[in-house]
Design a protein around this ligand. Structure first.
Ligand SMILES: [Zn+2]
Length: 339
């Protein structure tokens, strides 16, 4: 049964006979993109050219096009698929299911002609990800080592909102994070009735607009380059400025600053600079979340994704040891470093 799924050397997650997820593979006529993060878009142009069909959710299509304007995702081979809708290809049934990660993120289920259920979790956070019961599972291994646990006794989301609210009394607060997570924080703040303007550079603004088109309600948004945004930041008025993590070194250096990252396991919040804090909000499950997913999936065979992170082998060993389930890391040698 193990040959029903594998992770190829280039990161393509191969399911059943026809599907390659998250990278191009010359043997597969169907390409699926689970979500719009760059390490899941490998060889997409080639897939559009060579594959019979390229499948993803509408939100993933819109986000991917926004993050890379040179991508054209409206041609004949492209097909958007809603969560839960079955797409038939040959003898196989393919379904995308919601993954709690970023807007549009999906898990993939392939049911083959013999009724074997083959699933790929994609990137996920266990909180609101429905576990797919399956025979063979390919699972994300980002926090696949037992040292990657975030068992904090506080609610990190509430803590983050309170930190931002408190610091707004001193003017603009800068938040640094990755695409998708920044918008999740915007939504958290609006849900908590934080009504100050949100200011952001163009790329973050465009991603935020896509999130609004797909149902998020994010209130007053200003571009940092427009007169409004310029004034808010220039005069240090109460607002929240959202920037990609890559901008951390050169914007808002004299303001309250909050970096949001999953790579923090000791404390939900840690001071890392004069007025700068790191808050441990992740869009991936920690080790316990991954184990919980594997257990509830009832998979008899597990493959850990050893391409996007280097913990696949450790995770496979732990799955076998703790759950008694056969597990292997693929590809055998870790393929690339990740964000
Ligand atoms: Zn991701």
């Amino acid at each position: 049964m193990s040959e029903r799924a594998q992770v190829a050397k280039n990161g393509a997650v191969l399911l059943g006979d026809s599907v390659a997820c998250d990278a191009f593979h010359e043997t597969r006529p169907l390409r699926i993109v689970t979500h719009a993060h760059a390490d899941h878009l490998g060889g997409l142009r080639k897939s559009l050219k060579c594959c019979d069909k390229v499948l993803m959710t509408k939100a993933t299509r819109d986000l991917a096009e926004t993050l890379d304007e040179s991508l054209k995702l409206r041609d004949a081979s492209m097909k958007t698929l809603e969560y839960g809708k079955v797409f038939r290809y040959g003898d196989e049934k393919i379904t995308l299911l919601k993954a709690d990660h970023i807007l549009g993120a999906a898990q993939v289920l392939v049911e083959d002609a013999g009724g074997i259920r083959i699933a790929y979790s994609g990137d996920f956070r266990i909180d609101e990800t429905p576990v797919v019961e399956c025979d063979v599972l390919v699972v994300d291994a980002t926090y696949g080592s037992p040292s990657f646990r975030r068992s904090f006794d506080v609610n990190v989301r509430e803590l983050l909102v309170t930190m931002i609210e408190t610091r707004l009394r001193g003017g603009a607060v800068y938040v640094f994070g990755y695409h998708g997570k920044l918008q999740e924080i915007m939504q958290l703040l609006r849900n908590a009735d934080v009504s100050v303007p949100f200011v952001m550079p163009e790329r973050v603004y465009e991603v935020t607009k896509v999130c609004e088109q797909h149902g998020m309600k994010l209130g007053c948004l200003s571009l940092s380059t427009d007169a409004d945004g310029h004034e808010l930041l220039g005069k240090n008025l109460p607002c929240v400025a959202f920037y990609h993590m890559n901008s951390r070194g050169y914007v808002g250096l004299n303001n309250a600053r909050i970096c949001v990252s999953g790579w923090e396991f000791h404390s939900p919040c840690r001071q890392i600079g004069d007025r700068e804090y790191l808050v441990a909000l992740s869009d991936h499950s920690d080790f316990d979340g991954i184990m919980d997913y594997v257990k509830r999936s009832k998979a008899k065979q597990v493959i850990t994704d050893n391409y996007r992170v280097s913990h696949g082998a450790i995770l496979a060993k732990e799955i076998h040891k703790r759950l008694g389930v056969s597990a292997v890391a693929m590809p055998r040698t870790h393929g690339q470093t990740t964000l």
